[in-house]
Design a protein around this ligand. Sequence first.
Ligand SMILES: CC(C)(COP(=O)(O)OP(=O)(O)OC[C@H]1O[C@@H](n2cnc3c(N)ncnc32)[C@H](O)[C@@H]1OP(=O)(O)O)[C@@H](O)C(=O)NCCC(=O)NCCS
Length: 169
Amino acid sequence: MLRKATLTDAPHLARPAEDTFRDAFGALNAAHNMDAHCRTYFAEHIQAAEIAAHDHDTLLVERDATLVGFAQVRWGVAPRYVDDPSSGEIRRLYVSRAFHGAGVAQALMRACIDLIAQRGARCAWLGVWEHNPRAIAFYRKHAFVEVGEHIFQLGDDPQRDLIMVRSLV
Ligand SMILES: CC(C)(COP(=O)(O)OP(=O)(O)OC[C@H]1O[C@@H](n2cnc3c(N)ncnc32)[C@H](O)[C@@H]1OP(=O)(O)O)[C@@H](O)C(=O)NCCC(=O)NCCS
């Protein structure tokens, strides 16, 4: 089941969001940077604030009442490479490892694109770590193309993210 998150989901999102992030990136990064990032971004009150925020939409996919994937769309923060002030950012798209390749990510991507298109945006954009080949392949498969780069600060490590854009017109 795919649905929009509500405030009551915050306690149930915080732990799986952190676990998925650690599972994806923990082996490739210093522990103190992973810890700093998780403290800053995945605490329950932060999930609650993001779910409540007008410039965010959080989407959840559940199977047998267990969260297996989530995504977040955010508005209003496009980098200079994205020539559309109304564009939407796919800020997060995370699927539990057991469900990679199972269509969960596709469903989340479709829902994110629908949300962004419904707001009248001409494009969707995202940032993806240059050392995340699976995600880059997934986004290319979904018609995103690289247009630039920016720094994603993971703790004290400034990482290079590729900026990818998909036209919606
Ligand atoms: C990124 C993510 C959402 C994609 O979902 P998914 O279900 O794994 O995606 P898919 O299997 O449909 O597509 C991945 C593609 O990458 C390919 N791939 C897998 N490993 C790869 C690698 N090392 N290098 C290049 N391509 C790779 C797969 O073969 C597949 O392509 P195909 O369908 O043409 O065979 C999911 O892997 C995930 O949650 N990863 C961890 C969190 C993450 O990195 N999120 C993105 C942050 S920006």
